[in-house]
Structures are given as C-alpha cells and as structure tokens.
Write a protein that binds this ligand. Sequence first.
Ligand SMILES: Cc1cc2nc3c(=O)[nH]c(=O)nc-3n(C[C@H](O)[C@H](O)[C@H](O)COP(=O)(O)O)c2cc1C
Length: 367
Amino acid sequence: MNTPNLFTPVRLGAMEAPNRIVMAPLTRMRAGPGRVPTPLMAEYYAQRAAAGLIVSEAVAISQQGTGCPNTPGIYTAAQVAGWQRVTEAVHQAGGRIFLQLWHMGRISHPSFQLDGGLPVAPSAIAPRTGQVLTENGMQPYVTPRALKKEELPGIVAQYAAGAERAKTAGFDGVEIHNANGYLLDQFLRDGTNQRKDEYGGPVRNRARLTLEVTDAVAQVWGADHVGIRFSPGGVFNDMHDSNPLATFSHVLHELNRFKLAYAHLIVSTKDDLEHGAVPVPLAALRKEFHGPLIIANGFTYATATQGLAEDMADAVAFGRLFIANPDLPERFRLNAPLNALEEATLYGGAKKGYTDYPAMGPQLVIR
Ligand SMILES: Cc1cc2nc3c(=O)[nH]c(=O)nc-3n(C[C@H](O)[C@H](O)[C@H](O)COP(=O)(O)O)c2cc1C
C-alpha cells in the first residue's frame, strides 16, 4: 500500500472519511440560554465541513454533568432541536460530525447542580489546583460526593440517553469523552479513584465504568459509529495515576472487543512534558488498540504527515489550527499561509474569533 498522507481517505468504523484531517473537539462557550446550540454554532461548524470528520465540542449529557457556563447540552428537546440545525448545516456543506458525550464529574460546582448539591465523582477528592468558572466568576473547587454503587447504572443511562438524543439530532456518531480529567477519566485513574468496590482498586475495576458506558452507547449506535477519547499523559484538571501506561494499555486492549469506529488519543507535547505531563509511549498504546487511531495535540501539517507516514496513527486531529482556519484542509493542500489564532476570543462571545476567521479567496488556477 502507498504511504497514506492527510488526503488519503480513511475508514473510521461505518464512515468513510474523505481525508485524515479531523477537527478536534473544542469547547467555545457560545451556547444559548438553556445550553441550546445556536444558529451561529451551525454556521461555525458548517464552515469547517471540509474536515474528514468534525468532533463537536464537549456536550453535557445531563444537568449533573454540566459545570461550565454557556456550554451546550443534549438532555432537553430544545437542545436536540438546536443540534438538528447544526448537523443539517454540516451535512449540507458536505461534512460529517460526531457529538462528544461529556460528564464533568468533580470539575463542576454546586451552582450548576440541581438544588445546589455537590458534584459527583468516584471518590470524595477535590482537585488540588485550579478553580472553576461559574456564572459568578471563578470559585474554588468543592470536595465532590462519591457516587454510590447503586447510582452507577444511572450514570451509564445518562450516556445512553445522550447517545440516543444525538441520533435524533442527526449526528453521524458519537465520541465518548474519557479524557482531560472529567468523570470517566476520574474513574479510570487511581489518583482520583480510591473506591473499595468493584469500580475501584486494580485497573480492571477502574476501567469498568468506561467499558459499561461504551457497551451502552454501542448498543444505541452500533459500535462502528462510536469513538472514544483519552489523554494518557495528561495532568489537566489535576489528574494523576501511579502507572498511566498500564492503565491506558489495559483499557485500550479491552475496548478491542467492541470494534469501535476509532480511539482518539491526546499525546503529550514536549511543552506538556516540561509542565508535568507523564511520558506514555504512543507506540505501545497503538499496539494495544487494533482499530483506527486518531492522535491530537500540537500537530502541524509537517508533523501530522510524518506521523501518518510512520504509521503512528490513521488520522490526526487539529484543534487550534481549525479554530483559526475554517478551510484548513484546503490550506494544507495548497501549502497556503495560516491565519493566526486569537486567544482572547477562544471562550465565550459571539461571532468575533468564531465565525469571522476568513477563508482563502478563490484560488487562481494556472494550468
Ligand atoms: C479552546 C479549546 C477548547 C477545547 N475543548 C475541548 C473539548 O471540549 N473536548 C476535548 O476533548 N478537548 C478539548 N480541547 C482539546 C483539543 O481537542 C485538542 O486536543 C488540543 O487543542 C490540542 O490540539 P491542537 O494543538 O491541535 O490545538 C480544547 C482545546 C482548546 C484550545
């Protein structure tokens, strides 16, 4: 087989993506009241429809799963209707879009919870660093409440219900958010999971909730429409694990039983490693997971092309480059200059820094 590059089509489960340039999930905090996706969000995603696959920003599966202002949900009829506008716009523009299923667990705050209750987590352990952005500004984290074992089927049911509603909303599939220190990552790692029941202790127990959620979501969609995202070396949201290589090797290996559309790994950059991230060799994880692999974090056209040529992964996700360049695949193809990212408009606001990054003008074709 010829060496694949970013423009080689790739099969991700049931989907044939026309290129290997994935738009990474990106929280932009521009949902409307009631966490309803807006027409502006439809425009934003449709502008980026040339991606082989768009993964939506993280989407709360329940009120309990929320913990950040102006992020969208998928637990009310109005939210489903809002997402229908988004998926229609993306499909009309020729694209494909998965919804990222999100429960924030302990990274929430009582002000987001029903009746001001405590956020939930595997164990009553608060993040040691950082603060939570609430509707009333930054607040310290509270110590979450440990979920009772009897409550865990309800958590699985929240993911299944989110998956079901994503189907109604017209998505092409769903990505389970098991990365970046949110609920499923909190269960998976021994720094945040100190449970004494069969959901805590050895890694086969800590991975149980991830596997149950994957099973439930795969029953809704068919496993070939389901992806899952991990951040094996990440320390964001005060994550730590005594043996991340063993943890992530185990869970990726166990996921083979489902034949998922893909696994999506956030790799650690040199800069991340200098700031506390833990080195977890990608090659080892690639061996454990037998399905399509997407990698993300800090990739450029050159490093992504090299990564595909070296078979590090089957596709590469781009985050910040896609924010600033709605027509990123075309710019890559033409080796055209890239727009610079504006940090100040990443989170919240309206059009500025969202839908007003310019696409290239019509190209002069010289034959
Ligand atoms: C503004 C912003 C929002 C993000 N939101 C999410 C998110 O909702 N879900 C997620 O899994 N990762 C999220 N990430 C991480 C990105 O998906 C991606 O892994 C990261 O930006 C590194 O890739 P890049 O160097 O190509 O930007 C976010 C990153 C940024 C910069």
